[in-house]
Design a protein around this ligand. Structure first.
Ligand SMILES: [Zn+2]
Length: 64
């Protein structure tokens, strides 16, 4: 998701809760940035945060 689109999404979403169902790599002017963006609420995640989230979800999935 492009940087400025993410800012718009974030503005539109506001402060509603979000469980961040889908993350996309952030890019700007065609170049990928290091962060990931939630396509629903526009929140930015670092690579470390995304990895942690992936592992948490995998764990939850394994338990189910
Ligand atoms: Zn989100």
């Amino acid at each position: 998701m492009e940087y400025y689109v993410a800012q718009k999404v974030k503005e539109t979403w506001g402060k509603k809760p979000c469980d961040h169902p889908k993350l996309e790599k952030e890019y700007y002017a065609g170049a990928f940035l290091v962060n990931w963006i939630c396509t629903q609420c526009g929140r930015e995640f670092t690579i470390a945060e995304k990895l942690g989230m992936d592992q948490e979800r995998k764990h939850v999935h394994d338990m189910a």
